[in-house]
Design a protein around this ligand. Structure first.
Ligand code: FES
Ligand code: FES
Length: 280
């Protein structure tokens, strides 16, 4: 066996080891073994196996294992129709994608890049769960074609924190209990971060009092915050906490938490005073 053949066999054995038990079972059941398996893996390990397994298993986590690495080059997915090449920056990393021209940003983020923080809710522009920031402005990623993001900077919830330091808006959501199940939260936070910039720019909303003389650095009332966040639906009804969090970050004035987890002493006092119902 020459060096090249030995190297090839070594690579393919390594590739085979990277398969999950389900993927190995599928290949076995399809009779793709031995030389055929070697050929299959050689042709598909770069990208197409993820798509292949997705169609067979409908397992989103297969895609989630595709790490979003800096300057990663994603090979063309086999069978892509109307392929377009898109170069864009996502959370500071340059990404080159080759996608079907109809692919929306949401699907590219979740299924090609493993950035599953951005959520799919209605998938038709009505709930705001998929909100991401493109060139500083919030967009509904379920209605935004990746092809339209060529050369742009995309920020998702994964790109807001600075290493271990949460973005102030993330910290405020935690402090003010701005979420319960958390499904809408990445979209709410991305929307809120972009909203701060809109206020700085002096962008008006439906409830802005004076449309003609709207200054930069608008001071947003709670009514304005509610109106500007009205595209982000929260099924858990965490709206009071969301508004409090945005108000605090926008105004720069720290406000007290209105709720906190009761400790043992507070629980005992509440029981003694017959106020146990006030503990939620
Ligand atoms: S998933 Fe995009 S608006 Fe609902
Ligand atoms: S926190 Fe559950 S949908 Fe908003």
């Amino acid at each position: 066996m020459d060096d090249n053949q030995e190297r090839q066999d070594f690579d393919l054995t390594e590739s085979d080891e990277q398969l999950s038990a389900d993927e190995k079972t599928i290949l076995d059941e399809l009779g793709i073994v031995g030389a055929a398996r070697r050929k299959f893996l050689g042709q598909n390990m770069a990208a197409a196996l993820g798509t292949f397994a997705f169609h067979l298993l409908a397992k989103e986590e297969v895609f989630a294992t595709l790490a979003a690495s800096p300057d990663a080059v994603f090979a063309s997915t086999a069978g892509v129709e109307n392929a377009v090449k898109v170069l864009l920056k996502i959370n500071g990393s340059t990404q080159r994608l080759e996608v079907d021209s109809r692919t929306v940003l949401l699907d590219a983020l979740r299924e090609r890049l493993g950035l599953t923080g951005t959520k799919k809710g209605c998938d038709q522009g009505q709930c705001g769960a998929c909100t991401a920031i493109v060139d500083g402005r919030r967009v509904l990623s379920c209605l935004t074609l990746v092809a339209s993001c060529e050369g742009k900077e995309v920020t998702t919830i994964e790109g807001l924190a600075d290493a271990d330091n949460l973005h102030p808006m993330q910290a405020a959501f935690i402090k003010h209990d701005g979420f319960q199940c958390g499904y809408c939260t990445p979209g709410q936070i991305c929307s809120a971060v972009a909203l701060l910039q809109e206020a700085k720019n002096g962008d008006v909303s439906h409830v802005t009092n004076n449309l003609r003389t709207s200054p930069q650095n608008l001071e947003l009332s709670d009514e304005e915050i509610r109106e500007r966040m009205s595209g982000n639906i929260c099924r858990c009804g965490a709206y009071p906490g969301i508004v409090a969090a945005i108000r605090e970050v926008h105004s720069g004035r720290e406000t007290a938490q209105t709720r906190h987890f009761a400790n043992d002493e507070e629980i005992a006092i509440a029981f003694n005073e017959g106020k146990a119902d006030e503990i939620v």
